[in-house]
Design a protein around this ligand. Structure first.
Ligand SMILES: *Cc1c(COP(=O)(O)O)cnc(C)c1O
Length: 487
């Protein structure tokens, strides 16, 4: 191909002799624009090559077992995402069918999560679980304020009661001025119990947040037990506290592979649920869902009505403009797989989890916390180091990184912050073979760390002694802490 013109040193030149190799072009023969906005144009193929190549430095997403989010979709999902990149989901008027597909997903999820009447349930797609959590929290805050007002009570500062939560709840609390009553972990316990939850509630508690797929371990909180404890609280003290279930991870798993686990709208106290379509929902990034039990559980004050072709469309989102593709592609995944397909696929992913868990337990000094039991947690495994070892889990994480695997090591939340654990989230697209490759690398890494201790970890040197995962004196860099729990 011959190019008619190109820029050189700011002068537009006509150069019909240019050879068609982008790397020999003027654009790529100096450094990339970094600070000031560049003055001149670049041919799209050169700009593309530059951006594409810079991204090689990012990790390989499918080897990133720290993330919960979708890293593999099929060709048709890609096609839909590409076909819909011009669709703004907020334009219900212009794209009524996008709005329709979004609503179909809402009703399907209400059905999956046993809402009393899925055809009238209110819900919305969001950019992810974080936005959905904010909406669930806001709805609870509005309902509580109204309740206090109606009973003539003086409303104090609202609070939410929860166990070890994802950072979105800390955000909700701070952004919307709500007290976060996060119950510290007890020794031997990885999440909140019903009795603990009830003990922390008072009349300013807008809701208890129960996490169905705790970020740190992957384990489910026992929503049913928490609900029963709150039933007793109501009987004994007259406090009627609603539950919001943060099912970011479990909302698209349990309905298919653990239907006997009661965590959803089957419990009347559960008034709202959020889930990440872009996690186990198998949709691409940008898909989250917030669903309320019954229409009345979503206060009118949160709803803005938008007129659109032949009707009125309720919207309640924090964002205005947002891509329509993720919700559209969620619909594609739901109708493509159905209950049968999701069950088969999620079952296969759990099998890989258990295979990996068995392999890790076989390799060595590890105690499994979650081994991929579908009744107990999401498609993840977590473990800790047993006994005193010549390396810690940060060292192992570092070593694996050298082979391209991203596996988080991080401390547990308070009051067990002195204990370090490791977690691998297994997702669509992670095969038995990849698990075997990972196991081989874990084995190799441990051999290396055992043969050459002390060499990899600054933190261990600073600690100055033979430390292991349960020793309080191992300093934890903030970066590591945040990486671990914020996914
Ligand atoms: C991932 C996660 C979130 C946040 O979800 P996003 O979709 O990333 O915004 C919230 N809660 C839990 C339990 C999670 O695992």
């Amino acid at each position: 191909m011959w190019y008619e013109s190109t820029y050189s040193g700011g002068i537009l030149m006509t150069d019909t002799r240019m050879i068609d190799d982008v790397f020999a072009s003027n654009e790529l023969r100096h450094d990339a624009p970094k600070v000031g906005c560049p003055e001149h144009e670049m041919r799209p193929e050169a700009a593309y090559q530059l951006v594409h190549d810079e991204l090689m430095l990012d990790g390989v997403s499918r080897m990133n077992l720290a993330t919960f989010c979708t890293t593999w979709v099929d060709e048709f999902a890609r096609r839909l995402m590409s076909e819909t990149l011009d669709k703004n989901i907020v334009d219900k008027d212009e794209y009524p069918q996008t709005a329709e597909l979004e609503q179909r997903c809402v009703h399907m999820l209400a059905d999956l999560w046993h809402a009393p009447d899925p055809s009238t349930t209110r819900g919305t797609s969001t950019i992810g679980s974080s936005e959905a959590a904010m909406l669930g929290g806001l709805a609870a805050k509005f309902r509580w304020r109204k309740r206090m007002h109606q009973s003539g009570k003086q409303a104090g500062r609202p609070n939410i009661v929860c166990g070890p939560v994802q950072v979105c709840w800390e955000k909700f609390a701070r952004y919307f001025d709500v007290e976060l009553r996060q119950i510290p972990l007890r020794a031997g316990k990885y999440h909140m119990t019903g009795a603990d939850a009830a003990a922390h509630c008072d009349e300013n508690t807008i809701m208890v947040v129960s996490t169905f797929g705790v970020t740190f371990t992957g384990l489910y909180e026992n929503v049913e037990e928490i609900s029963q404890a709150l039933d007793r609280l109501e009987r004994d003290r007259g406090l009627d506290i609603p539950i919001h279930v943060d099912a970011a991870g479990g909302g698209f798993l349990a309905p298919f592979v653990a239907p006997s686990v009661i965590w959803d709208f089957r419990l009347p106290r559960v008034k709202s649920i959020n889930s990440s379509g872009h996690k186990n929902g198998l949709a691409p990034l940008g898909s989250g869902w917030a669903i309320w039990r019954e229409a009345e559980d979503l206060p009118e004050e949160l709803i803005f009505n938008v007129d659109y072709l032949g009707g009125n469309m309720a919207t309640f989102n924090l964002n205005f403009s947002r891509p329509g593709g993720p919700a559209i592609t969620q619909y594609y995944e739901l109708i493509r797989l159905g209950r049968e397909g999701y069950t088969r696929l999620q079952t296969a992913i759990y099998e890989v989890c258990r295979h990996l868990a068995r392999g890790i337990a076989d390799i060595g000094p590890f105690e499994m916390i979650h081994s991929g039991d579908p009744m107990r947690g999401i498609t993840a495994i977590s473990w800790r180091l047993r006994g005193i070892q010549p390396f810690n889990l940060y060292d192992l994480s570092d070593r694996l990184r050298a082979r391209g695997w991203l596996i988080a090591a991080y401390p547990l939340p308070a009051d067990r912050q002195d204990e370090v654990i490791m977690r691998a989230v297994i997702r669509h697209g992670f095969s038995f073979d990849m698990a075997d490759l990972l196991l081989e690398d874990i084995r190799r890494s441990i051999d290396q760390l055992t043969e050459h201790p002390w060499t990899t970890s600054l933190t261990r040197k600073e600690a100055g002694s033979f430390t292991h995962n349960a020793v309080a004196s191992v300093p934890t860099p903030d970066s590591v802490r945040h990486k671990g729990n914020s996914r």
